[in-house]
Write a protein that binds this ligand. Structure first.
Ligand SMILES: [Mg+2]
Length: 193
């Protein structure tokens, strides 16, 4: 495989993944002191450093297996924030600068679809723009892009086999690390769970 054949893509949610009911309850006082209209501080306070530590483990393990994992933000926070905003907020919560540079893009926003597939359609549109219809996941592509969708929602339609489900109560926990790494280091889609 060539270098770019070792690429993989993590589509990342924030609410219910990089934060949780437990975390937000614990930090309520600090958040209440944040000026509501300060977009940058609001995003920074929405991120749980412990969850970002687990994201670091996922990224490091993929790199250890020889894969170049990139992050595409699929969270609704992308509607008000740029890639640069995400990088700065992640770094402010202990994510390394080097890994923050792996946040490369955001998914497009669509109003079609429904509660079963809307975010799946947005991710598919991002994949289409990058690879074209001939190499979509599930198609008979020789080397399809490796993708993992990390999210506490389920509206991913045909991309659900690439989804790792978290819970709003606890967000990203240790038990999610292995399934994410497995999807991000697939060598063929026959490995899909
Ligand atoms: Mg969410």
């Amino acid at each position: 495989m060539s270098a770019c054949d070792r690429d993989s893509y993590l589509f990342l949610d924030i609410d219910g993944v990089l934060n949780s009911e437990r975390f937000l309850y614990k930090t309520k006082k600090a958040r209440d002191e944040v000026i509501e209209w300060n977009k940058e501080l609001r995003l920074r306070h929405a991120l749980d450093p412990e969850a970002l530590g687990r994201l670091t483990v996922i990224m490091d393990r993929c790199r250890g297996e020889g894969f170049n994992t990139k992050i595409v933000m699929s969270t609704s926070w992308r509607l008000q924030n740029t890639v640069g905003d995400f990088r700065r907020a992640f770094i402010a919560n202990g994510f390394s600068k080097e890994l923050a540079l792996r946040i490369i893009d955001k998914t497009p926003y669509r109003i079609d679809g429904d509660c079963t597939n809307r975010r799946g359609l947005e991710i598919q549109q991002w994949l289409d723009a990058r690879w074209g219809a001939a190499q979509l996941p599930g198609a008979a592509a020789t080397i399809p892009p490796r993708i993992c969708i990390l999210d506490d929602s389920r509206d991913f339609g045909h991309l659900l086999p690439h989804h790792v489900l978290t819970e709003w109560g606890d967000g990203l926990t240790d038990e999610h690390i292995d399934p994410c790494v497995r999807l991000l280091t697939l060598t063929t889609y026959s490995n899909l769970p």
